[in-house]
Write a protein that binds this ligand. Structure first.
Ligand SMILES: Nc1nc2c(c(=O)[nH]1)N(C=O)[C@@H](CNc1ccc(C(=O)N[C@@H](CCC(=O)O)C(=O)O)cc1)CN2
Ligand SMILES: Nc1nc2c(ncn2[C@@H]2O[C@H](COP(=O)(O)OP(=O)(O)OP(=O)(O)O)[C@@H](O)[C@H]2O)c(=O)[nH]1
Ligand SMILES: [Mg+2]
Length: 450
């Protein structure tokens, strides 16, 4: 017998309306007891909620609140169980008296992700879709939302299940052959069919892995390091991009010492942009030295580097340019002073843009170039391996298929075993097989009430 669980489904704190949800075998009996009458299935009804113990009193006791009640008879509900919802006024006091009464009537507070876990166990959604639900709730940008909704729709699930089916199709004749070797089938013929099929699947999985790495930048965001010599205008640029004074700006070289990080929405990609201390040769100042160490380290770790150089300055910082990689950006700053651009050897694959943080000229161009570099050509709502868990499963499948391919001629029974492993790995994406041990980890990251 499963417990009946409850939680506030809408966010915590004071609100105009708060939605509370009950799920489990006793949820309808508890709802009817609170309301004192029967409510029709899937019909929103305005009711007064009372503690049934005090409801017997002459004045019918105190009401918990007046609000809407909706019952969903299982299996046609979010969790697949009987569900009751109350849409009440979102006050702390209403929440406290509702919780007291629900607990006394035999329900217990839900754990994080417990409603979704029940939906998963009842086949209402699969594991990749449950993850997408968590991503949808966490989504900060429209691009993240688009990606999560696509995955909630089952796009990755369909792809993963399709791949798994292809392996099972290859396995069937192979296994028949291993089990009944005397029934006339020529192992070489079976192997001749299986080999190319395994190879083709392996190749599409590898291609999908490569293209999916970029899709993860939508879910996970990217880190950008703004680097350059002192006084180049790094902090001014970060402030201009952020639209607020996140970092101190001054004409004193060495103003920024610590890393100052802020978040930007670059065309739907969440970017953590780091302003860093100016990098220049050696110094005797210990604090400055540590600031430069942090700046260099951040430049190496970041997904993308934006170097800022002041063209009016009489030197070009070689060290800054040497930190750049293909795909990075070089900003010639202070464009409003109309300086001549020095003849610096710009590293290959690095785009150069002139920007004034004072007049904002060139800023829109920089933002759209950054967006293009990060998200250009990304199909946000197509199927994608949005989590390391998915990518690891595909990598495991590729490895197993590689082994299967090399064994198929000489040891078909060993190849079949590897093909089974590949199918299992792919099945773990939707949770079709072998995921009991990761469920706790996945669902503990959900919010209470989901
Ligand atoms: N009030 C309310 N709004 C909500 C939710 C909720 O639980 N309650 N949701 C919670 O996440 C989301 C909507 N998701 C839902 C998913 C499935 C079902 C459901 O009842 N499914 C049944 C019947 C489908 C049908 O009507 O045809 C089923 O799948 O069998 C309800 C909500 C967002 N809005
Ligand atoms: N005219 C003009 N001045 C700028 C521009 N950007 C920055 N400055 C000035 O250049 C000086 C240095 O700017 P910061 O943004 O503090 O430079 P920084 O690279 O962060 O310097 P450190 O933190 O010391 O490494 C300040 O006086 C800014 O006002 C610009 O686009 N136009
Ligand atoms: Mg600075």
């Amino acid at each position: 017998m499963t417990d009946t669980i409850f939680a506030r489904a809408s966010g915590a704190g004071k609100a105009g309306v708060a939605v509370y949800r009950l799920s489990g075998p006793d949820s309808h009996a508890i709802a009817n007891a609170l309301v004192g009458k029967r409510i029709n299935n899937r019909e929103a009804k305005l009711v007064a909620l009372r503690d049934p113990e005090t409801a017997e009193l002459i004045d019918r006791g105190q009401i918990i609140d007046k609000g809407l009640a909706i019952l969903f008879r299982g299996p046609k509900s979010f969790t697949g169980e009987d569900v009751a919802e109350f849409h009440l006024h979102g006050s702390r006091a209403v929440e406290i008296s509702l919780y007291e009464t629900l607990s006394r009537l035999g329900a217990r507070p839900a754990e994080a992700g417990e409603f979704t876990l029940r939906a998963l166990k009842n086949g209402k959604l699969d594991l990749a879709q449950a993850e997408a639900l968590a991503d949808l709730i966490d989504a900060e940008t429209t691009l993240q939302k688009k990606q999560a909704l696509g995955q909630l729709d089952g796009r990755l699930s369909a792809l993963a299940e399709g791949w798994r089916q292809q392996i099972l199709n290859v396995l069937a004749p192979l296994e028949a052959d291993i089990d009944f070797p005397d029934e006339g089938d020529v192992p070489a013929a079976v192997a001749a069919n299986a080999g190319p099929a395994i190879c083709a699947l392996k190749e599409s999985l590898t291609a999908f892995l490569d293209q999916s790495i970029r899709a993860r930048t939508i879910r996970e965001g990217v880190s950008i390091a703004v680097i350059g010599p002192p006084n180049a205008g790094k902090s001014s640029l970060v402030n201009a991009l952020a639209g607020s004074e996140v970092a101190i700006v001054s004409d004193i070289a060495g103003t920024t010492r610590d890393i100052v990080e802020t978040r930007l929405d670059l065309g739907g990609i969440v970017a953590a942009i780091a302003d860093t201390a100016g990098i220049h040769g050696a110094t005797k100042d210990k604090i400055e030295e540590e600031g430069m160490r942090r700046a260099r380290a951040r430049a190496k770790e970041a997904d993308l580097r934006v170097a800022v150089l002041d063209p009016g300055h009489d030197y070009v910082s070689r060290e800054t340019l040497d930190l750049l990689r293909p795909g990075d950006f070089l900003i010639w700053s202070k464009a409003d002073l109309a300086p001549a651009i020095p003849e610096a050897a710009v590293p290959e694959g690095v785009s150069t843009i002139m920007v004034s943080s004072k007049t904002h000229s060139g800023l829109d161009g920089l933002v759209s170039s950054l967006t293009e570099a990060l998200a250009g050509g990304l199909d946000a709502d197509g199927p994608a391996l949005t989590r390391e868990r998915h990518a690891a499963a595909v990598r495991e499948a590729v490895e197993a298929l590689t082994r299967a391919e090399s064994l198929i001629e000489t040891a078909p029974e060993l190849a079949a075993e590897d093909a089974r492993l590949a199918a299992r790995a792919l099945g773990s994406i939707t949770g079709a097989v072998g995921v009991e041990d990761v469920l706790g980890e996945i669902f503990s990251s959900f919010c209470i009430g989901k």
